[in-house]
Ligand binder design. Structure first.
Ligand SMILES: NC(=O)c1ccc[n+]([C@@H]2O[C@H](COP(=O)([O-])OP(=O)(O)OC[C@H]3O[C@@H](n4cnc5c(N)ncnc54)[C@H](OP(=O)(O)O)[C@@H]3O)[C@@H](O)[C@H]2O)c1
Length: 290
């Protein structure tokens, strides 16, 4: 039997899952298994238990999640099933089968009313069903598997999947003028950078359990972000700043989504790429698909 460590990645077709797949060739010391929603559904907890019992893995990176923030307001049960119950089952199965469990969470566990970057131990207070379901997932995972690592991140985008960057690029083509909120501030995260960080954590050979924060460096509003995308892509569409109150959504968006990242830097020596450099990388990838 090969002794090469095995990594299972769930949610393989999502932004983060796709980025992990993209960099997996750079890690020949690991054998990766990427499973999509169709191949490994978090809806079926009995199958999760059975699969992890009968297949040998050393690490499980859970990139699968219910991420439809607005829809979650009317699909509470489903959001909790995927983001909470299933995460608890994954974490327990990993514990039972000696698999290191690495899970991803969100800035939405906070209420967004802070004025300083959120520390990992700051009081959580989710304002949305999505945020509450993700927080419950964190809690269930930590309750049953104290060895788990959870990385909270924010404003994720990628050349894969659907996200703000790709929406802006589409709207720049379709419209002469658009409105973007300027009173929500956060730190964008290129999913490719997060994938690199996850793999560097695993490859470090050190496993320090607990909750971490990771995003790219810098804080901006969605309006600033849209303008940077416009500038870097050479678009000419006019972008008007608007307030959150004039753009109502079913789920409340946090006004402040800045995460304090000292812990991941201290434990793993993670360096943070500036959001502008990372955006530039992503736009290049979108323009020059492999
Ligand atoms: N996107 C953000 O801005 C953001 C911000 C903070 C934190 N996060 C967290 O970061 C992680 C990765 O997010 P992402 O942006 O990569 O999300 P994503 O692109 O929406 O990917 C999520 C993946 O999960 C899959 N999935 C959904 N329901 C599932 C189920 N029942 N069983 C198995 N797989 C299922 C989806 O499959 P289908 O596509 O086939 O539905 C998709 O491939 C998530 O934990 C998310 O909560 C994201």
């Amino acid at each position: 039997m090969s002794s090469i460590p095995k990594i299972l990645v769930t949610g393989a077709n999502g932004q983060l899952g796709s980025e992990l797949k993209k960099i997996s060739n750079s890690y020949p010391q690991y054998a990766f298994t990427f499973l999509t929603k169709d191949q490994f559904s978090l809806d079926d907890t009995e199958r999760i238990k059975e699969y992890l019992k009968s297949n040998w893995f050393d690490f499980l990176i859970n990139c699968a999640a219910y991420t439809a923030v607005d829809k979650a307001e009317s699909e509470r049960e489903l959001a909790y099933k995927i983001n909470a119950t299933a995460v608890g089952v994954l974490a327990a199965s990993c514990r039972d089968n000696n698999i290191k469990f690495l899970h991803i969470s969100t800035d939405y566990v906070f209420d967004g009313n802070a004025k300083e970057p959120y520390k990992v131990d700051d009081q959580t207070n989710p304002q949305t069903v999505y945020g509450a379901s993700k927080l419950e997932g964190e809690r269930l995972a930590m309750d049953v598997n104290s060895d788990a690592i959870i990385i909270r991140t924010s404003w994720v985008y990628s050349s894969f999947g659907n996200n703000f960057v790709k929406t802006m690029l589409r709207l720049f083509q379709e419209k002469d003028e658009i409105n973007v909120v300027n009173d929500q501030v956060g730190s964008p995260t290129n999913a490719g950078d997060l994938a690199d960080v996850i793999m560097s954590l695993i490859a470090s050979g050190q496993w320090y359990e607990g909750i971490y924060h990771y995003s790219n460096e810098g804080m901006i509003s969605w309006f600033d972000f849209a303008n940077a995308i416009k500038k870097m892509s050479g678009a000419t569409c006019k972008i008007n700043p608007i307030s959150t109150s004039s753009y109502p959504t079913p789920a409340i968006r946090p006004a402040w989504s800045v995460l304090e990242k000292r812990k991941i830097q201290q434990h793993y020596g993670v360096q943070f790429k500036n959001w502008e450099d990372s955006l530039n990388d992503c736009l290049y990838e979108i323009k020059n698909p492999e």
